[in-house]
Design a protein around this ligand. Structure first.
Ligand SMILES: *Cc1c(COP(=O)(O)O)cnc(C)c1O
Length: 228
């Protein structure tokens, strides 16, 4: 068995165990393989293991990869900070943009999504834990952006994404994810048809699943450490 298949199996085991511990159906939880800084060969190996969704953080790195792997049936998620001069590339080449944190980006993506493609799947990135350095909209702004997205063509708002401050403490991790889940539930009760709560990475996927994640974004645990 290849090393990437073994890593894949162990991530699937972790997801299943976390779902069981939270009394959730593991089928509700999607795996996004975060392939930033990893080579095409590693993506092909994970594809062979059964992974279909991949996440990238930098447009300049992602576009050639998407092109080079166009023989595979992959779903690409953009999860990095969005610069406004890159929105056209994202709108043209990705299936999802998970890291929308301001109105200008939302409007540009809606205007630039090509007519011949299905609507662009979107998540609003929310700042959780109040760390000034991390990107993401405040919960108040995220609520406004979510309402706004419904009125824009060519976009399909799917949910919320967050990267909370790192912590080794399971209860602290859970506390952050619970905040995002509360906001998600509020937006759904207000009538928005959301189905995606994107939270949890290699070091905190258990806490995220415990609090209701429907999509976990996993890099290191699937690919090994990123090259410097
Ligand atoms: C890099 C990255 C990940 C994956 O992180 P790992 O700790 O390697 O699993 C997930 N989400 C985002 C937004 C990232 O930038």
């Amino acid at each position: 068995m290849s090393q990437s298949y073994q890593r894949f199996e162990s991530v699937i085991d972790r997801i299943r165990a976390a779902a069981a511990a939270a009394d959730r159906d593991p089928e509700e939880i999607r795996l996004l393989a975060v392939s930033k800084k990893h080579p095409l060969s590693a993506i092909r190996e994970l594809h062979a293991a059964g992974v279909r969704s991949f996440g990238e953080n930098y447009a300049a790195e992602a576009l050639p990869k998407i092109e080079a792997l166009s023989d595979l049936d992959l779903e690409w998620h953009y999860i990095g900070p969005v610069q406004s001069n890159k929105t056209r590339q994202l709108a043209e080449h990705f299936h999802w943009v998970e890291s929308i944190d301001r109105e200008k980006i939302l409007r540009r993506l809606a205007n630039q999504r090509p007519e011949h493609l299905p609507p662009l799947n979107c998540c609003i990135q929310v700042r959780i834990g109040d760390e000034a350095t991390k990107s993401g909209a405040s919960p108040e702004l995220a609520t406004e952006l979510a309402a706004m997205a419904g009125g824009l063509p060519r976009l399909r708002l799917r949910g919320l994404m967050a990267i909370p401050p790192p912590s080794d403490d399971f209860d602290v991790q859970r506390g952050y994810f619970a905040q995002l889940k509360r906001l998600y539930d509020q937006l759904r009760s207000a009538g928005l048809a959301l189905d995606t709560l994107s939270m949890g990475m290699s070091s905190d996927l258990e806490a995220a699943i415990h609090e209701g994640a429907t999509l976990v974004r996993i890099g290191t645990a699937l690919f090994g450490p990123r090259p410097a």
